[in-house]
Design a protein around this ligand. Structure first.
Ligand SMILES: *Cc1c(COP(=O)(O)O)cnc(C)c1O
Length: 874
């Protein structure tokens, strides 16, 4: 029988247990196991069947059990203590408050740490109970919020609440991926509707082409101290095609996606304004766009600043400066197909007629912000990443290597600059330890007095040094054992779903062995991740798996995008291999990779495998989670591993970067992978001492924890964002003045410089002193004095910097690793001409080259290349 309607009934808690409602209402339970314990104790079965969701427990627990628990004074006291702990967590000063105060005391300047930050992302992976993510990007956003909460960073998160989330994966008989879209009732999710004081739901509206306004509600998830606003269009009165806007993550056609992104960016800013108005929360001084999806926020800000009634109206160019100064853009992928691009005409529809969705902002200007107006760009395309760079004064990639690759990839926006000067920096991603580290592993340090919640996380990891090998190893084995039983449970469930009968499934109880070297591999089935590289030579893989002395077992998981049949075929190949009765006890594919599966997965692995096509993995975070749990990485030097592999904390799979033929490249890299496992990984794992402990392995494990743990933490990442991007952005924004006078001046200056730049010339350069080079060859330590004669046309010396650029000279007279020094104005020659002078010491022997260049100069610029203008001698 099918229900015609479905509701979620909220439990009525007996008065002594009211605190449970408060505890379930804040997602901090997702990374605070002691809170979870309270719900597990209430009803252990419901705790398991709800997949560890406190709200689910409260929905399932019987009235009798609640009454019983309410009469249990010890339990009630624990619940009260849990609530007191949560309230203290939410209200007392944390790192951000303390560090901001210290900064303020040290410097005479008031601190430029922002009062609040708006953080926008198309997906958030906060907890299994709030499935609003597809993979790494969402998990990262979730970890960003959780770490910000722990550190006290005043972030307001903004995303969408998708009715079906992403899909859930299962397999059919033929190992073909099946997708399910469960209906998520917001009333059963850990979110609350944002309401006005009188109880009516708050909402935002967006004008739509040729239709009524679209209305969205605002749900709030409490992620510890951080509110996460989630917009949802399943609102009475919306036509069905509006309701569908938030149906699912990354589904539908280009227009569907554009509508979602308009809701996220434009609606997202409106939701922040509503939230701040209703709750009195400080308004964000900085906006962080997590990937290009959220870029339309910048257009809505233009509307606010240029046409809003309450406040000074700026002209568009000045408004752009205000927006840029206070916006940070993070790009997440070097895969061209991963960049959001829309037909220009489609975007035009939504912004036509006096700005459409952002009334008053000129359509042409919006289109220009997303245009690929550079060599190789497509004039018919609106590019969200490009718009992100234009709307944000500060931008970053997500690992050192990805920073470099992004500078190369987007060089076209600053064509006159070398790659290294393209203004895209990098902050390497991190992961949230309290979410991802197994309780037993945390316990190793906690019993030695290190506080996992403390500011000094390194003290926590240092405690690992004191743990004896045997203890480390027994914790690791327990984790492996836990994974093995989890794998058996999931495999059996998957086979039942694939149509097997219980009688056929006895073998699943024998799958995997808790004493065999366990290699994990889980990731989206995107082609650059090469899910099937390990199967390149099936005979060699089989030998590895079935080695009588040193066997290896593989646990694999990952989803393919529903529209990606290629990815589904890769999954099918793996599953078919793992269905082979000869191999199935050593190789397993687990369907439905998500947070709930991932949490016991990483700690259960000895080795974490990652073999992307370098350099397409922007950062990768799963290997970090493995490392935090004492897993050793076996990976291509891509993303974060390129940066932090130190030769002893895991293994690097050599990358055949230069090989053009992709098949040949796969052969070479797969052979290297097999070789490493055969020669290094397996022998080390099975080389045990008299007590059965592989001490060479535990040494390496300990070194992994000590070398990587402080670096891979999301708390390190969030602090980096605060210091390197949020605080400078706040300073820039404040420097433009509360009345925006500075923005008007800056916009005027930029216009004047752009108009006058054609007349800027380096007319003549003289090098004097020993380096003149005609008679003497200069020596290290000699001084080179340079004189440059520069024409500035209508510009003044204050508008420019004249620089000496010097360094080792390469084959083609290019300057390698150039350093720059400003030359000083020496003489005004009249007619807009000036002489500049300066000198440098020749620091190294060998070929040396230098040149002089002129750049725009203004205190409000964050990088020399910002305007894209530079003049070199002809
Ligand atoms: C960490 C994580 C990811 C991202 O891993 P990558 O290494 O970036 O591929 C994806 N899905 C889940 C469930 C995760 O926990």
């Amino acid at each position: 029988m099918r229900a015609i309607r479905r509701l979620t009934v909220r439990p009525a808690l007996p008065a002594p247990l009211e605190a449970l409602g408060e505890l379930a209402g804040n997602l901090r339970w997702a990374w605070h196991p002691a809170t979870g314990d309270l719900f597990a104790a209430l009803d252990p079965q419901a705790w398991e069947s709800s997949e560890h969701d406190p709200r689910g427990v409260l929905g399932l627990v019987s009235r009798d059990r609640l009454e019983e628990a309410a009469a249990d004074q010890e339990y009630v006291a624990r619940v009260e203590a849990g609530r007191a702990d949560l309230r203290a967590y939410l209200s007392t000063d944390r790192w951000y408050q303390r560090a901001a105060q210290q900064e303020a005391q040290q410097g005479a300047e008031p601190t430029s740490w922002p009062a609040a930050i708006g953080y926008l992302s198309a997906e958030f992976g906060v907890a299994a109970a709030l499935p609003q993510y597809s993979g790494g990007l969402g998990i990262l956003a979730g970890d960003h919020l959780k770490a910000a909460s722990d550190l006290g960073v005043p972030i307001i998160g903004v995303g969408l609440l998708y009715t079906h989330g992403y899909f859930r994966q299962s397999l059919d008989r033929h190992a073909w991926q099946q997708e399910h879209y469960p209906l998520l009732d917001p009333n059963a999710l850990p979110v609350q509707l944002l309401r006005e004081d009188d109880g009516t739901p708050a909402s935002v509206t967006l004008a739509q082409p040729g239709g009524p306004d679209l209305v969205a509600r605002i749900w709030v998830a409490s992620v510890g101290r951080v509110p996460l606003l989630m917009l949802d269009t399943d609102v009475k009165g919306n036509p069905q095609h509006y309701v569908d806007v938030t149906d699912r993550l990354y589904g539908g056609d280009a227009e569907h996606r554009l509508r979602q992104e308009l809701l996220l960016g434009v609606g997202g800013l409106r939701a922040i304004r509503e939230y701040c108005r209703i709750t009195g929360h400080a308004a964000p001084e900085v906006f962080h766009l997590n990937e290009g999806h959220a870029g339309f926020l910048g257009i809505e800000r233009l509307r606010e600043l240029t046409v809003a009634d309450d406040g000074p109206r700026l002209d568009l160019e000045a408004a752009l400066e205000v927006g840029r100064a206070s916006t940070v853009f993070t790009t997440h992928t070097p895969v061209p197909a991963g960049i959001d691009r829309f037909p220009r005409t489609l975007v035009e529809q939504y912004f036509a007629d006096h700005g459409g969705v952002t009334p008053g902002v000129p359509t042409e200007r919006v289109l220009a912000l997303g245009s690929e107006g550079y060599e190789g760009g497509d004039p018919g395309v609106f590019n969200m990443a490009v718009m992100g760079f234009r709307l944000a004064q500060r931008a970053n990639g997500v690992s050192r290597l990805h920073g470099h690759v992004s500078r190369e990839m987007f060089n076209g926006l600053w064509p006159d600059f070398d790659i290294d000067e393209v203004p895209i920096t990098s902050i390497t991603n991190g992961v949230h330890a309290p979410t991802w580290v197994a309780r037993d592993v945390l316990g190793l340090a906690a019993v030695r007095g290190a506080d996992p919640d403390g500011d000094d996380t390194s003290a926590f990891w240092r405690a690992v040094e004191e743990v004896p090998d045997a203890e480390l190893w027994s914790v690791k084995r327990a984790q492996r054992e836990r994974l093995v039983s989890e794998v058996r449970r999931r495999l059996r469930a998957s086979w039942l779903q694939r149509g097997a009968t219980p009688a056929e499934l006895g073998w699943t109880e024998e799958v995997l062995d808790p004493d065999v070297l366990t290699i994990g591999f889980a990731r989206r089935a995107a082609s650059y991740k090469r899910l099937t590289l390990m199967m390149r030579d099936p005979a060699r893989l089989t030998r590895l798996l079935l080695d009588p002395e040193r066997p290896v077992q593989l646990v694999i998981a990952g989803k393919a995008h529903p529209a990606d049949d290629g990815g589904k075929r890769l999954i099918q190949q793996i599953v078919q291999l793992s269905d082979d009765p000869e191999l199935r006890h050593r190789i397993v594919f687990l369907p439905d990779y998500d947070i709930a599966m991932a949490q016991p997965f990483y700690p259960g692995c000895d080795v974490w495998l990652n073999n992307p096509l370098r350099p397409y993995e922007a950062c990768g975070t799963s290997g970090m989670k493995a490392a935090l749990n004492g897993g050793l990485n076996l990976s291509v030097l891509d993303g974060w591993w390129d940066e932090w592999f130190d030769g002893a904390n895991g293994w690097a799979i050599p990358s055949a970067d230069g090989l053009e033929d992709p098949d040949h490249r796969d052969d070479v890299e797969a052979a290297a992978l097999y070789g490493l496992v055969e020669r290094e990984v397996a022998p080390r794992f099975y080389d045990t001492d008299a007590a059965g402990v592989p001490t060479r392995w535990t040494d390496m494990l300990r070194h992994t924890l000590l070398s990587l743990c402080p670096k891979v933490l999301a708390s390190r990442m969030v602090r980096d964002y605060v210091r390197q991007l949020y605080a400078p952005a706040t300073a820039s924004a404040r420097a433009l003045g509360a009345d925006h006078a500075g923005a008007v001046a800056l916009a005027g200056w930029k216009q004047r410089v752009r108009e006058g730049w054609h007349a800027v010339r380096v007319e003549h350069v003289e090098g004097s002193g020993a380096a003149q080079g005609e008679v003497d060859v200069p020596e290290v330590g000699d001084t080179l004095t340079v004189r440059a004669f520069v024409a500035l046309g209508a510009l003044a010396p204050a508008d420019v910097a004249v620089q000496l650029v010097q360094g080792r000279a390469g084959e083609a007279d290019d300057i390698l690793e150039p350093t720059t020094a400003d030359l000083g104005l020496a003489e005004e020659l009249g007619g807009g001409r000036y002489r500049y002078e300066g000198s440098v010491e020749l620091a190294a022997a060998g070929p040396f080259g230098y040149t002089v260049r002129v750049l725009p100069h203004h205190a409000a610029l964050a990088a020399p290349a910002e305007l894209g203008l530079v003049t070199y001698p002809r």
